[in-house]
Design a protein around this ligand. Structure first.
Ligand code: MN
Length: 245
């Protein structure tokens, strides 16, 4: 028996014949005909003090992470309303509006002063959450996937290139449900800044082009039901609108 050389990632040199085609998850890039192919989705938990408090936590803990599958992304073009299927097995679907960082350069153990060089751009995203399942799993010490990593759990606006936006360190972040304000804060209030998140996360995983990082949500998360229209925005990144169907 031969033992193959193990390597991180798919064997890209080989032209493989796949048994069936597999679509590549991707998000439009603002002001461009290009799309950003999605490799992995990382999310930061409890990264705004007031949201940590509403979840029942009160300390500045080290950042912690969970993941969603790449195909959880629902790309939504500006000026359109994305249709997102209300997920099964929940009585308490909640919205979390977040600044999403798109990675454009690979790296591990990235120093803080190098973090910006790994940023491709930014987007507005919703970390949709089956809160009832998440809390039940959390309280049992179980993984969060059923609460966080379900189908269509990551609606995302277009990615704005860093070269267009500059480094985003402050700016309003907000979300309305059916026109009523639910979340309103500023990305300057992130407990762990974007460079700190990139630095910490890259000590555990090698970041690579195509990775997305949901950086956490401010306070005001709450329940939504089928038919609700969610509109969220971040200064400089436009708005993201979805309807739950
Ligand atoms: Mn979140």
């Amino acid at each position: 028996m031969q033992i193959a050389n193990s390597k991180i990632g798919p064997a890209q040199e080989m032209q493989l014949n796949y048994a069936f085609p597999l679509p590549q998850a991707a998000v439009p890039i603002a002001g461009s005909l290009e799309h950003f192919p999605v490799r992995r989705i990382y999310c930061v938990g409890r990264n705004y003090v007031e949201h940590a408090q509403e979840m029942g936590f009160d300390t500045r803990e080290p950042p912690f992470f969970f993941c969603k599958p790449a195909d959880a992304v629902v790309p939504v073009m500006p000026g359109t309303v994305g249709r997102v299927a209300f997920p099964p097995r929940t009585e308490n679907l909640q919205h979390e509006v977040e600044l999403v960082v798109a990675i454009g350069r690979s790296g591990s153990s990235i120093p803080l002063d190098q973090a910006a060089a790994h940023i491709f751009g930014y987007a507005v995203g919703f970390d949709m959450t089956r809160r009832d399942l998440q809390f039940a799993l959390r309280d049992q010490g179980c993984p969060w996937e059923l609460g966080k990593a379900f189908d269509q759990s990551a609606p995302l606006g277009p990615i704005h290139r860093l070269s267009e936006t500059g480094l985003l360190e402050q700016g309003a972040i907000w979300l309305k449900v059916n026109g009523q304000s639910r979340q309103s804060s500023n990305i300057a209030k992130l407990t762990w800044s974007v460079p700190e998140v990139i630095g910490n996360l890259s000590e555990y995983f090698t970041l690579a082009p195509g990775d997305l990082i949901f950086t956490g949500t401010p306070a005001g998360v709450g329940k939504v039901t089928p038919g609700d229209v969610l509109v969220g925005g971040i200064d400089g990144l436009g708005e993201l609108s979805i309807v739950l169907v």
